[in-house]
Write a protein that binds this ligand. Sequence first.
Ligand SMILES: C[S@@+](CC[C@H](N)C(=O)[O-])C[C@H]1O[C@@H](n2cnc3c(N)ncnc32)[C@H](O)[C@@H]1O
Length: 230
Amino acid sequence: MERSVKQLFSNISGTYDLLNRVLSFGTDQRWRKKGVALLPHGKGVCVLDLASGTLDLSLAYAKKGAGEIVAIDFALPMLLTGQRKTPPTLDSRIHLVCGDGLHLPFPNHFFDAAMCAWGMRNIPNTPAALKEIARVLKPSGSFLILEFFKPSKIISKVFSKTYGRYVMPALGRWISRDNNAYDYLRRSIQKFYTREEYEEVLEDHGFEIIESRDLTGGVNSLILANCYGD
Ligand SMILES: C[S@@+](CC[C@H](N)C(=O)[O-])C[C@H]1O[C@@H](n2cnc3c(N)ncnc32)[C@H](O)[C@@H]1O
């Protein structure tokens, strides 16, 4: 039987950051920086980092400017790995919650913005996840998504059939010592929406697309949407 997503990420938590740097040729941090620059910052601003993993997106947000971050992930070892690397100067602004993205333990209209880097694909029920995000966002709150969508352009299809099929799983196995984790990554991308399909799902669930674009030839993508509110 296939392992649960929670077990999978718990198992690779110690090597996750290194693998991200290697597999993305060091560009993943640049993508996070680009993303957080689009979100509001300031004293009193509170942002949700959904599926926060080892906190790289939370840290990018915190380094960019003022604001509080609530980071939620259901794999505790990922959060603890992130906590260990958080500098004391940022520690008091990043609040950790171990929990499920499908049942966010926060009141309605609590956050000024939400962000999710390479997490939405892992949450099985996209409509339910989007409803939860819309519920906890304030009206007009921004939602930033960085994601590997199903390839729809020639260059990203070729990349997926070569690098994604052969190089990524082999490097993933070698560095993480986990036989299946990076096969899962490729399969999950193939099963997910294209960026254009995902825009429609967002619009059907109370979001207005503000910006949507491919990064690095469509291998990675960024979407910024605003929540309509009730
Ligand atoms: C690919 S990692 C992304 C981590 C991080 N956002 C980053 O920038 O590297 C996906 C994360 O989603 C988390 N995750 C998957 N499904 C989840 C769910 N239903 N609720 C909370 N976290 C979830 C996993 O535990 C994992 O840490």
